[in-house]
Design a protein around this ligand. Structure first.
Ligand code: NAP
Length: 171
């Protein structure tokens, strides 16, 4: 029970890495605030957690919205009494178009989803962690934009490289 009674936000919790992390964190005793856009999928993961006798609340929303980052922290504080950590994991790949074929709208969407969301999250979460006396912030990066890249990943690589810089600045 490494995370017993730790209150943790997990975004991108409706599938993949976020859903798997949520189940692992619950197994270790954490109380979870789960975020993603797809309500049904998110509630299914929250249901799996609660059936295992751990606590989870599903809060559907879009990580591109600053207000959603604040809402997740408010729910952690109101439902579970504070915030000990966040796994800011929601992300998207983009279309796979080469940079010269990537329009400004797709660029902005990928940067907003993968990078600006991290800023919104940290801005809302850091005061709550400080109020608790400390905590952990984790962001899902990638080898893409860090140690290597692949064709058609310009916006994705830039967003994930940006997350490394953001995390270093926060640390
Ligand atoms: N799979 C890999 O090989 C790999 C490698 C390196 C890094 N990553 C990173 O790992 C993270 C999780 O990816 P995954 O592989 O687990 O894929 P996934 O199953 O597609 O998970 C992505 C998650 O992000 C959520 N999401 C996407 N856009 C969102 C938005 N605007 N607002 C709120 N939630 C949003 C999705 O939920 P909704 O659709 O319900 O909103 C989903 O829960 C991403 O940051 C990805 O870049 C993955």
């Amino acid at each position: 029970m490494l995370l017993k009674d730790k209150v943790i936000i997990v975004t991108g919790a409706s599938s993949g890495i976020g859903a798997a992390a949520a189940l692992k964190f619950a197994e270790q005793g954490a109380k979870l605030v789960l975020g993603a856009r797809r309500r049904d999928a998110l509630e299914a993961v929250a249901g799996q957690v609660t059936r295992s006798n751990a606590a989870a609340v599903a809060v559907p929303g879009d990580v591109k919205d600053a207000g959603y980052a604040e809402e997740l922290v408010e729910v952690a504080e109101e439902r579970f009494g504070g915030l000990d950590g966040a796994f800011n994991n929601a992300g998207k790949l983009g279309s796979g178009a080469m940079v010269e074929a990537t329009g400004p709208e797709e660029w902005a969407e990928v940067i907003a989803t993968n990078l600006t969301s991290g800023y919104h999250a940290a801005r809302a979460q850091i005061p709550a962690l400080r109020a608790r006396g400390g905590g952990s912030l984790v962001f899902t990066g990638s080898f893409i934009g860090h140690t290597a890249t692949l064709p058609g990943m310009g916006a994705y690589a830039a967003s994930k490289a940006g997350l490394v810089g953001l995390m270093q600045a926060i640390a």
